[in-house]
Design a protein around this ligand. Structure first.
Ligand code: AMP
Ligand code: MG
Length: 417
């Protein structure tokens, strides 16, 4: 792997590790909250710490179908003991009798362990002869019993404010009997594409025109990011049309997100309008794809301007806008999962920018992680995102990298796949 410290490599470009904290300083979390019922809580951000009002499990119960008994009733020298069956305990219908010495009760998974018993032997380790049940001795007292409170005790904190409620959290909430939760207000993001060459899908293309794809990938990303979105269509490269679109979007949403029109030259419109109507900073980041990115404020809304190239717009959304949205949503930041894998295809790279090349991560026959680049990496080639399941992250001063090298890989997360 050739790693060259290149002092001439566009020194004005800022490393993303330096830029992202500066961007995050410009936004604050929403403070408004609302109470939602569990079926509406998926993807929302919990706004309060939650403690359990009950022990988990709430009572001693069996983890197996088998027989419950008192461990002390087993004959100490033998390998088996025969106990007398006195009843049964089903899930939801426990044994209601009193236990007697040298007895056992037929028990099902999840059924209460009768008071006085302490152990369950699985059915396969027993033999029934009428009401006489021969039990192969278990290893220890207490086996196959899930004890009251062993997962958590009443009053223990279960979920923390700032987490995203996913399927497991919905289940945890239901397990402790919670039917509704306080969550942060959902963010609303208004977005539009800019460019005279763009046509909506469903229409014919004249020479020089292309379909507007960014609006659809952005819509997908925003849906996965659990925000409400408002699609304001395509706006032509016309200052008054853009001004009108900005004003309308800012009056409707917490964030205005655009694609296109932030490269040198075109940026003049966006800059002129946002200088008049709000505030804007153009970031030149040491990342590829996605060098130009604009961020600012218009009215009460945060503005993020993505580059128009389809891969650049997705990558800058993921690397820059998504962390900004997460902070605004009230989410506690989580470090992304980064892995190390062996490159199976050579990588071409100029030193100077951090690159997020699109890769396919898999396990080889030896069980080791390996990654292949998804062919051409042009920032307009969106099929490279669709084929990929990860980014291969190549550091700023890294150059061409041969097959066989170890590289850093970031698997796509729930926003991207
Ligand atoms: P821009 O950032 O406006 O200079 O655009 C850079 C490149 O991305 C140009 O080739 C545009 O035609 C293309 N592009 C801009 N917006 C979109 C869009 N919404 N969908 C697809 N391609 C786009
Ligand atoms: Mg454009």
């Amino acid at each position: 792997m050739s790693v060259k410290a290149d002092p001439c490599s566009q020194p004005s470009l800022m490393h993303p590790d330096q830029a992202i904290p500066l961007m995050l300083e410009q936004v604050s979390p929403v403070s408004d909250t609302e109470v939602v019922s569990l079926p509406h809580a998926l993807g929302r951000v919990l706004a309060e710490d939650l403690a359990s009002c009950i022990d988990l499990p709430p009572f001693d119960n069996s983890s197996m179908d088998g027989y419950a008994f008192r461990f002390a009733d087993l004959t100490s020298e033998a390998k088996q003991t025969t106990l007398t069956l006195i009843g049964s305990s089903f899930a939801g219908h426990g044994f209601e009798g009193r236990i007697t010495p040298n007895s056992c009760v037929r028990i099902m998974t999840g059924a209460p362990v009768p008071a006085g018993y302490d152990t369950v032997q699985m059915q396969e380790e027993t033999q029934a002869n009428g009401d006489q049940i021969q039990i192969n001795h278990p290893k220890a007292k207490g086996v196959n019993v899930r004890c009251q409170g062993e997962e958590l005790l009443q009053g223990t904190k279960v979920l923390k404010a700032g987490i995203e409620i996913n399927a497991a959290e919905l289940g945890v909430l239901a397990t402790i009997g919670v039917s509704q939760v306080r969550v942060y207000r959902q963010l609303k993001v208004a977005f539009f594409s800019t460019g005279d060459e763009l046509r909506p899908v469903g229409s014919d293309l004249a020479p020089g025109q292309i379909y507007d794809s960014n609006r659809y990938s952005i819509q997908g990303l925003l849906s996965r990011a659990n925000v409400e979105w408002l699609d304001l269509g395509v706006v032509s490269d016309d200052p008054e049309a853009i001004r009108h679109a900005f004003r309308h979007a800012a009056s409707q949403a917490d964030m205005v997100l655009t694609s296109g029109g932030v490269s040198v030259g075109e940026a003049d419109f966006t800059k002129q309008i946002l200088d008049e109507e709000g505030k804007i900073t153009f970031w030149k980041l040491a990342i590829k794809p996605g060098k130009p990115f604009a961020m600012g404020r218009i009215g009460k809304a945060i503005f993020c301007g993505l580059p128009g190239n389809p891969v650049s717009s997705m990558v800058t959304f993921y690397k820059l806008v998504w962390p900004i949205l997460n902070k605004m949503q009230g989410l506690t930041p989580k470090a992304p999962l980064m892995l190390s894998a062996t490159l199976t295809t050579p990588v071409r790279k100029q030193p100077g920018r951090v690159e997020y090349q699109r890769g396919i991560l898999s396990r080889n026959a030896q069980g080791e992680l390996e990654v292949a680049i998804t062919g051409s990496q042009g920032s307009g080639m969106l099929t490279s995102m669709s084929l990929a399941n990860c980014f291969v992250q190549l550091e700023q001063f890294q150059g061409d990298t041969p097959a066989g090298s170890q590289v850093t890989v970031e698997p796509f997360n729930s926003v991207l796949c």
